[in-house]
Design a protein around this ligand. Sequence first.
Ligand SMILES: *Cc1c(COP(=O)(O)O)cnc(C)c1O
Length: 373
Amino acid sequence: MDYRDLPIRDDLRELTPYGAPQIDVPYPLNTNENPYGPPPELVADLARAVTEAATTLNRYPDRDATDLRKDLADYLGHGLTVGNVWAANGSNEILQQILQVFGGPGRSAIGFEPSYSMHRLIALATATEWISGLREGDYTLDAAKAVAAIERHQPDIVFLTSPNNPTGTAMDLDVIRAVVKAADGVGAMVVVDEAYFEFARPGTPSALTLLPEAVPDGKPGRLIVTRTMSKAFAMAGARVGYLAADPAVIDALLLVRLPYHLSALTQAAARTALKHVTALLGTVDAVKAQRDRIVGELTALGLHVVPSDANFVFFGVPGGDQKALWQRVLDHGVLIRDVGIPGMLRVTAGTESETTAFLDALKESLAVLDGES
Ligand SMILES: *Cc1c(COP(=O)(O)O)cnc(C)c1O
């Protein structure tokens, strides 16, 4: 049986579903999750909050998730209020809503690759034409080239990812500023995906600081900054993502959001997590230390390592056969990520012992592959 025998949309026929392997292994270091589970106080609090929410599950939840959005605005700071913030089931749903409103048939979106593959996939799923812009060899974005690409292609949406996935590369505000200006010139929205912002090295500014200035004369600002509770907040299983933007952007998203899209249980869980923000973000420094340890050790091994402001490291495979190395490392119970870029692999920073398991598996695998060649 083949789904292609069904009358699916013609433009979906060439797509393949998102499919990071979900394999049961001792060391899952392939989807950039926080290796630390929620702290016990939070787990206990979650049980209480979910129990309380359960008593009124016969009723629909707050459609506008107002209390959660207030809490998220408080967390973000930068003078943002409830009207600037929107929440959904993961930042992927946020991205989908953005594409449903600002993309669609006859419209286009540009991203600068390699970057997060879901930007392209969600664009195509919403029948938005995808334009592949390019990053430099060191995975930074050249402002002048980005501006030129925007002026040439006149997209409706521009995606920037900072820190970038899969490379870990953070973007200078000057680059984002130049892109926002060029996008204003062609009437495009700009989405800055900051899923990994909490892991950025000190001094890395957030695109949130640009929201007040990204307001073209009297019209609503077109800059959208997206965040998630899936990474630093250790809540990937809860599915909570959010954005900050001009209130008019959120009014526009209401046109496409499904009624009651964010369940009462999800809203309760997210609000409870935000009460424990200090404990949750307490794991970030430990993860960053392991990230820097991976960068240091792989560099010492003579590998090509991309500097990282995220909770993962993108590195070059000696000899270039990333599929063989990926499999060897998996044979040691360590699952890392082949994002399909020849000669490169990505590993998520784990706990200290998980990271040690990865480094040991990598060294043994490199030695074996070296012996075979
Ligand atoms: C992991 C990730 C997300 C998060 O998606 P959720 O739907 O919030 O889990 C968003 N953007 C990027 C670049 C990511 O790597």
